[in-house]
Design a binder for this molecule. Structure first.
Ligand code: SF4
Ligand code: SF4
Length: 216
């Protein structure tokens, strides 16, 4: 029987985020911070916390045979996902030798790809769900991270961040579909693909009546 501490399960955290993205009474806001450009620092691997690394079957199929062989099937919400209990190891086996950079990127597990640019949580300040980038990533308890961000200035840079985001949201949508969640993710993607000014906060889901649109 597989035993593990609950905190180490990244799939459950992704599912918790998907549950927040269901159309519901609370509004859902997309903050422009998700378009910040992240500058990761050489030698830092703080984002590579001890978690489970999880893939749904269609994601696993994109990986090499050698990588696939490291993953085991398990049931999450009655669905099969493929997991490596990375938290049991002394470090992530996919961290590059010099201890910086992920050898699976851009096909790293979705929880790794989301950190730190896409964070989804209930936010009492807006009485709704906020989607934003953290100041830094998973190891907030450490209080300091060497990464830096800048707001994209040139349109080309913003477009690049936008495209990266869209790829990630589509991947998150495949998780939602796989686990049977009806979410606002297609609308997030539509907004990202069509909005002329993504530097502003976007009200993705307005709650009462579902009002879509840009906020000034
Ligand atoms: S904490 Fe910052 S610098 Fe370190 S791995 Fe994460 S994003 Fe990169
Ligand atoms: S899979 Fe990549 S990003 Fe995720 S913990 Fe391992 S090295 Fe870090």
């Amino acid at each position: 029987m597989r035993t593990k501490p609950k905190f180490a399960d990244s799939a459950e955290k992704v599912i918790e985020a998907l549950a927040l993205l269901q159309p519901r009474d609370n509004p859902i806001y997309l903050w422009p911070s998700i378009f910040r450009v992240l500058h990761c620092k050489e030698g830092c691997s703080w984002c590579c916390m001890r978690f489970t690394l999880d893939y749904i079957p269609e994601e696993l199929a994109l990986l090499s045979e050698a990588v696939r062989a490291r993953f085991q099937p398990r049931k999450v919400q009655r669905k099969c996902i493929w997991t490596l209990d990375q938290y049991r190891l002394s470090g992530c086996p996919f961290l590059k030798e010099q201890g910086w950079g992920c050898s699976l990127y851009p096909l790293a597990p979705i929880s790794c790809m989301m950190a730190p640019q896409i964070h989804i949580s209930m936010d009492t300040r807006v009485n709704g769900v906020a989607i934003y980038a953290k100041r830094f990533s998973r190891p907030t308890a450490k209080g300091f991270a060497p990464c830096e961000f800048h707001v994209p200035e040139a349109d080309a840079e913003l477009r690049r961040e936008l495209e990266r985001n869209i790829v990630l949201w589509k991947r998150l949508h495949s998780w939602a579909t796989y686990f049977g969640f009806d979410t606002v993710i297609p609308e997030v993607v539509r907004q990202l693909e069509t909005t002329p000014a993504p530097r502003r906060t976007i009200e993705v889901y307005g709650g009462s009546g579902g009002i879509w649109g840009l906020l000034k």
